[in-house]
Design a binder for this molecule. Structure first.
Ligand code: ADP
Ligand code: MG
Ligand code: MG
Length: 250
């Protein structure tokens, strides 16, 4: 599904990712944890093709294709979904309209017919129900003035609608209350299936009380320095990162 080998990337001339390796297979849920500033969000941005994040080495393959040969839109259309720590706000762009455009762009890229308004509304209602969400956010502009919890809710809903093959969720370092964490976890658990892979980037061991990852990785100084099962998250909760990074406990 996703293979990352020796990935190096710079931001503003400074190397942030320093040779990162990661392999994600179909249906697997991977958690990436690590001290603040270790490069977790940078990894998400590099994979999404965000401006200002320069790849300086290594390679990334998504379903056999060189990810960096694809435009950011093409990555999304092939089933890569990235949810951000700080999602963009699009004032003046209705959330439902935005989602329909994104969904149909993906369908078109896969050679499927576009969903008409009636089918789209039906699908939306069905997915809202599955996730136990209401439709209040859909009438608003994309992320405009959304609280942290509302952005998360919207993100999970987008994921449910777009049915990605690989979703990368970058959790905020602060400000998410327990309800928002639960919502993200419930969404991930609901949308988990044998074909869909997920990478959950998180600062919090707590999130992993609700999401049971298949693998846990520790990212420090721009690369993955330790990988294990979900017991690794418990160990980190107990001991911090210091025993792995060789620095002061984070
Ligand atoms: P994490 O998500 O693990 O907390 P980040 O990927 O956000 O870490 O940041 C890693 C490092 O890269 C930090 O030192 C941060 O200051 C730097 N960095 C990230 N984005 C930018 C940017 N746009 N401009 C300058 N420095 C950045
Ligand atoms: Mg951070
Ligand atoms: Mg971050």
């Amino acid at each position: 599904m996703l293979t990352i080998k020796g990935l190096k990337a710079s931001v503003a001339g400074r190397e942030i990712l320093t040779g990162l390796d990661l392999e994600v297979g179909p249906g697997e849920v991977h958690a990436i944890m690590g001290p603040n500033g270790s490069g977790k969000s940078t990894l998400s941005y590099v994979l999404s093709g965000r401006d200002g994040y320069e790849v300086t080495g290594g390679e990334v393959r998504f379903e056999g294709e060189d990810l960096f040969d694809l435009e950011p839109e093409e990555r999304a259309q092939r089933g890569l979904f990235l949810a951000f720590q700080y999602p963009v706000e699009l004032p003046g762009v209705n959330n439902t309209y935005f989602l329909k455009a994104a969904l149909n762009a993906g369908r078109k890229a896969r050679g499927e017919t576009a969903l008409d308004s009636v089918s789209f509304m039906r699908l939306m209602k069905e997915r809202l129900k599955v996730l136990h969400l209401d439709d209040t956010l859909l009438k608003r502009d994309v992320n405009a003035g959304f609280s942290g919890g509302e952005k998360k809710r919207n993100e999970i809903f987008q994921m449910a609608m777009l049915e990605p093959k690989l979703a990368i969720l970058d959790e905020t370092d602060s400000g998410l209350d327990i309800d928002a964490l639960r919502l993200v976890a419930d969404g991930v658990n609901t949308l988990r299936n044998p074909q869909r892979s997920m990478i959950v980037v998180t600062h919090y061991q707590r999130l992993l009380d609700y999401i049971q990852p298949d693998y846990v990785h520790v990212l420090a100084k721009g690369r993955i320095i330790r990988s294990g099962g979900k017991e690794l998250a418990l160990e980190l909760e107990e001991k911090g990162y210091g025993w792995i990074t060789g620095e002061e406990a984070a």
